[in-house]
Write a new protein. Sequence first.
Length: 147
Amino acid sequence: MDEEMKTAQAITYPEGLEWHWYGGDDGERYFIGPYASREQVVAEIKSCGLERGYIVEAAKEPLKLSAYFSADILTDALLDDAVADPEGDYEIEIDATPAQTDELVTAVRAVIDDWQAKHNIVITPWAFTYSRNEAVIERNAEPSEGI
């Protein structure tokens, strides 16, 4: 078994993902879909008149707002709003150890996660988070003949 196949078999995905089929004309932008089945996206590619289409089964994992919080964001806000020198010459340093900073970030992220869950706020990214089963579909080939 070659290394690429071993790697493909080793991939595991989080539970609960909603997988859909998408298609496109260049293997990077998938503007056709989402569809429930491979056959549906293949039929749509062929009906669009594409000589060659690219398909992929993909999922988008909802984003956690907490992933976008960091100590740098807090420091930047302090510089911008609270203690900044109008001339822009002042640098702020928070007198905290790295462990204290990590503790703060962990605590704030937990509060953000709780708030997001409480209000059932789901943020779906534009780009796919996970993908599998990529294939090239030739217009005159049968759906099972993709690469």
